[in-house]
Design a protein around this ligand. Structure first.
Ligand code: AVJ
Length: 345
């Protein structure tokens, strides 16, 4: 469970635990940014047309709870599909990768990597990377209680440039970006992430990527338009986040939830559509925003891959799939990849 408000590391109200011995089972590197990018992102995204916002601002406490609830809806298949894949193939993945260190980007509650950790007998260093330190800490203590041979070296911060992080390198590493997180990034951003990572990968290092797949449009549309209305509430919640953080006057009743699969772009898009012409003030960003009737604010892209587009993405970053795990209906893919030799730049 992700509970606290965490997209804004500056606002953290929690104290890091005191660090003592070198070999302490739980250590934290605080790499959270001193500056808040929300104002910048809002000015860039709402001050232009078409309007858009980065997806990461959904996840305040309410948004995180709503996302957890979405994962339990009958329509939202990705979480349970990936979970089953991880359970089924954890032993093989850990066998093939043979890691001494497991680095998970966007670890959250670490429920996904717990399957991988459960498949490991020997010692392992788990490196969760997340902007939310309290969530990391809760997860770390759960994992340390369950796996006595584990050590946790947490990194608190963003991970858009994973190569810039203080990643341990005392043994073979398995890097993981699972949960279809990469789908929230545009192609160029995803390649930037992967290249930054690949530059730091040695020949023994492996990368586990979880991505959602292109599938019948009706299935995708249903997954982002659940009958209980949780995805709509999740989408609209970002307006409460903006109001709270920027002293804004968005009114949720002026907007409706819109989510659809764009077959050409191979991505689900979520938007908030203004029901009529109106004006919004965001004093915290020194911004006044006008919406036309029917105008939309794009709040998220969630890219869906084919085998071909997945191979292309990895190749563009100098990586190559060693093993591809997918269920019979190919609704989701877990790919174990390595850096191609001969790439230096
Ligand atoms: C957490 C990014 C994987 O893109 O499907 C769920 C977020 N958005 N319903 C996704 C989300 C709408 C989710 N990810």
């Amino acid at each position: 469970m992700r509970l606290p408000v965490c997209f804004r590391p500056v606002a953290r109200m929690y104290q890091s635990p005191k660090q003592t011995a070198e070999a302490a089972p739980y250590r934290v590197h605080d790499r959270s940014q001193p500056t808040d990018t929300l104002v910048e992102d809002v000015r860039a995204g709402l001050g232009t047309s078409p309007k858009r916002l980065p997806a990461k601002y959904f996840y305040d406490e309410t948004g995180s709870r709503l996302f957890e609830a979405i994962c339990a809806t009958p329509e939202y298949y990705p979480t349970r599909t990936e979970d089953a894949l991880l359970r089924m193939h954890a032993a093989e993945i850990m066998d093939l990768a043979g890691p001494a260190i497991l680095v998970e980007f966007g670890s959250g509650s670490a429920e996904k990597s717990e399957h991988l950790l459960a498949a490991q007998d020997g010692e392992l260093v788990y490196v969760p990377v997340d902007v939310c330190e309290p969530v990391i800490e809760i997860a770390a203590h759960r994992l340390l209680g369950r796996f006595p041979a584990l050590r946790v070296e947490a990194i608190v911060g963003e991970y858009e440039r994973p190569g810039d992080l203080p990643l341990p390198d005392s043994g073979a590493r398995l890097f993981a970006l699972i949960g279809s997180t990469i789908g929230n990034l545009a192609e160029a951003e995803a390649v930037d992430f992967l290249v930054s990572l690949r530059r730091r990968m040695g020949p023994a290092d492996r990368f586990l990527l979880g991505v959602d797949r292109v599938k019948p449009t009706a299935v995708l549309n249903a997954a982002y338009n659940d009958a209980a209305g949780l995805t709509a509430a999740f989408n609209l919640n970002v307006l409460d986040v903006l109001n709270r953080e920027l002293a804004g006057d968005f009114r949720k009743q002026e907007f409706e939830h819109l989510a659809f699969f764009d077959e050409h772009k191979e991505q689900v898009e979520m938007h908030l559509r203004a029901l009529r012409k109106h004006r919004v003030h965001l004093p915290g960003a020194e911004l006044v925003v006008d919406f036309d009737a029917g105008e939309t604010l794009r709040t998220e892209i969630s890219r869906k891959f084919t085998r071909a587009s997945l191979t292309r993405l990895l190749a563009a970053a100098g990586m190559r799939a060693l093993r591809h795990f997918t269920p019979e209906n190919e609704y989701f893919s877990l790919v174990l990849a390595a850096a191609e030799s001969g790439h230096n730049g």
